[in-house]
Ligand binder design. Sequence first.
Ligand SMILES: Nc1ncnc2c1ncn2[C@@H]1O[C@H](COP(=O)(O)OP(=O)(O)OP(=O)(O)O)[C@@H](O)[C@H]1O
Ligand SMILES: [Mg+2]
Length: 360
Amino acid sequence: MTGLILQDVKKSFGKVDVIHGIDLQIESGEFVVFVGPSGCGKSTLLRLIAGLEDATSGTLAIGEQDVTHVEAADRGIAMVFQSYALYPHMSVAENMGFGLKMTGSSKAEVKNRVSAAAEILQLEPLLDRKPKALSGGQRQRVAIGRAIVRQPKVFLFDEPLSNLDAELRVQMRLEIAKLHKDLKSTMIYVTHDQVEAMTLADKIVVLRAGRVEQFGSPLELYRNPDNIFVGGFIGSPRMNFLAGTITASGGGTVTVDFDGYAGTAMTKTIEGIPDVGSKVMVGVRPEHFTDGGSTKLEVRIDVIENLGGVAYGYAGAETDAPLTIQLNEGHTAQEDAALVTGFDPDRAFLFDAKSEKRLR
Ligand SMILES: Nc1ncnc2c1ncn2[C@@H]1O[C@H](COP(=O)(O)OP(=O)(O)OP(=O)(O)O)[C@@H](O)[C@H]1O
Ligand SMILES: [Mg+2]
């Protein structure tokens, strides 16, 4: 089993700094997901780990070994990409075994490993088919099979499911979860998809512009975001942010007046003593609005989206502080009408408006 340690890893392409010094410790057997906006450096970080890019500075260890200057082929890593690029003229079995064959494994060895991988991925009935006779999901499974046969110490996945339709994604997501359970290998997985990140990950790395914003289990990030960025990024629909001003502070509590909601204030338990008069953002998740919440807000609902089990009310779309409010069964909200809702201050997050850091 194999963990990874990244120390102050930086990467620049010419004059452009893309990765700004990343420290990361990934335990053996962990499933770690990298998330972050497009262009934040997820693929670059993965490629640095794979050895497909050289770090500009810093060190990288896989297991006990410093691999900073080790060739990609000798790092014991297999990578699965978004585009699966199978060889069209080869069968499924040949595609899966090709890499092994090239590195000189015996025919029997290739056959054994391919059939073991095919069994894990339920590809046995398809081994003689050509890629063009497979569905998208089956092709992606072959690409994963190609990685499994190499028996890597670490699996790297770069948005492997993003070419698949919604239904197949769900199915493949479960298969990848099962694969991790069966193989117990260390896996690093890049995705844009909230649900994939929350459901697959033991730990999530939230990246922004080449820096780690927070690293923790999905629930840690959901319950305890360090800053506005992580608060807004983890959780779907997104956390709401209400601007406010601190009007009283000390003795273990803080009072916030909300801008734009005259007469609405919230008193919340807090350890620190933020300055009176400082600007804050109060983060409230859509699912934390309830009729019974002690901090009341009167809003005007523009649109209601009914999804069956839950509904979402959208308010203030034309303002710079739009709100998404989860409406539970039996709600009485109506479009183009006022709604009094509320939240419990203990469930609200307080952030400094300037530094965007959490006030605890
Ligand atoms: N070979 C390269 N030369 C120059 N710049 C590069 C190179 N590869 C990546 N970049 C830049 O590095 C930044 C990070 O790119 P990267 O592909 O890692 O982002 P990403 O987080 O994977 O984005 P996406 O979610 O869109 O896949 C981008 O600004 C990109 O333009
Ligand atoms: Mg990418």
